[in-house]
Design a protein around this ligand. Structure first.
Ligand SMILES: C[S@@+](CC[C@H](N)C(=O)[O-])C[C@H]1O[C@@H](n2cnc3c(N)ncnc32)[C@H](O)[C@@H]1O
Length: 302
């Protein structure tokens, strides 16, 4: 058995659950003593197996609407209508609500999409398979069923946040993440986009919040200026968020040694930062390739 295999224990008791059998679940312990679990599968399906009121903090960045193709069937983000996407995401967040502790917080990072309505393919990047689509719903002429005109920004993050607010969540903050040094868009008739939202949601009026963690960044109450992650060079291009963003969310919203969850874990940034700071972490992702990468990274944290 090599060092990696020793550190990654398979859990045979999950074999009765087809979605969570040993081929789809890996776990281990990091050098900080913090435990981690990775599940390969659809977020909504896997979340239904996780215990209620368990996680102290959730930090996640779900697939954006029609921005990438992760190459896995069942992926969220390619719905024909905005309502379909919002419904899919809000249903996952209903389950996140169930597994989050009453005093827990959810940090949800989401970017927006434009409705081009051009009637022809758009956004094809010959250098990136992740951006190769056929005719995306957001390029089709005839509208998206929500009454907006071509060239409109859709307002995806707020549409989802407002839907979630009608389903038990409390929107406590709509943080702006100013993406420093992000790749610029080549647009000439509007300002280039330089920010995304990070919504901070709670379940209850009272929850764990460490205001002291904002003392070091006093000028950055709800506008966080954090450099975007440079383009991946390892072939694992999940559109990862930066470690610093996760560090800040956890410093604010997760007690020491708390349990952390990311239902769209990608390359495992949330898990890596969480276990690195002594918190246990659970990640879910639909992509076998990303899970494999994540497990290897976590397994190497000895
Ligand atoms: C924006 S990426 C997350 C990136 C991550 N924050 C990181 O730092 O690498 C979104 C992820 O959602 C995954 N995904 C898409 N549909 C999914 C689904 N139905 N269930 C679980 N994961 C899904 C994709 O494979 C992708 O890794």
């Amino acid at each position: 058995m090599n060092q990696f295999e020793e550190n990654v224990i398979f859990k045979p008791h999950l074999a009765q659950r087809p979605e969570l059998d040993k081929n789809n679940h890996w776990s281990g312990t990091s050098f900080t003593g913090a435990a981690w679990d990775v599940y390969k599968g659809d977020a909504l399906t896997v979340l239904r197996y996780l215990p209620a009121d368990h996680y102290h903090c959730v930090v996640t960045s779900p697939p954006y609407y029609w921005l990438r193709d992760y190459g896995v069937s069942g992926q969220i983000g390619h719905e024909e209508t905005v309502k379909g996407y919002i419904e899919a995401m809000a249903s996952v967040m209903d389950e996140v609500h169930r597994v989050l502790r009453r005093d827990g917080l959810l940090f949800l990072n989401l970017g927006d999409t434009y409705y081009s309505g051009k009637g022809k393919s758009h956004g094809i990047d010959p250098k990136s398979a992740k951006r190769r689509f056929g005719l995306r719903a957001v390029d089709k002429s005839g509208g998206l069923g929500i009454g907006i005109r071509p060239k409109s920004v859709i307002g995806i993050p707020w549409r989802l946040a407002l839907e979630m607010s009608t389903r038990k969540w409390v929107i406590r903050s709509a943080i702006i993440w100013h993406r420093k040094h992000a790749l610029t868009e080549s647009v000439k008739d509007r300002p280039r986009r330089s920010y995304e939202n990070i919504f901070m949601f709670s379940k209850d009026r009272n929850y764990f919040f460490n205001r002291g963690a904002l003392r070091d960044v006093v000028v950055e109450e709800d506008v966080w200026s954090i450099s975007a992650r440079p383009k991946a060079t390892n072939g694992i291009d999940t559109a990862p968020f930066p470690d610093e963003l996760v560090e800040r969310c956890l410093a604010l919203g997760c007690q020491e040694q708390g349990n952390v969850l990311d239902p769209f874990a990608g390359s495992g940034t949330t898990l890596r930062v969480a276990v690195g700071t002594g918190r246990s972490a659970t990640g879910i992702d639909l992509s076998a390739k990303f899970c494999d990468y994540m497990v290897r990274q976590l397994g190497a944290l000895l």
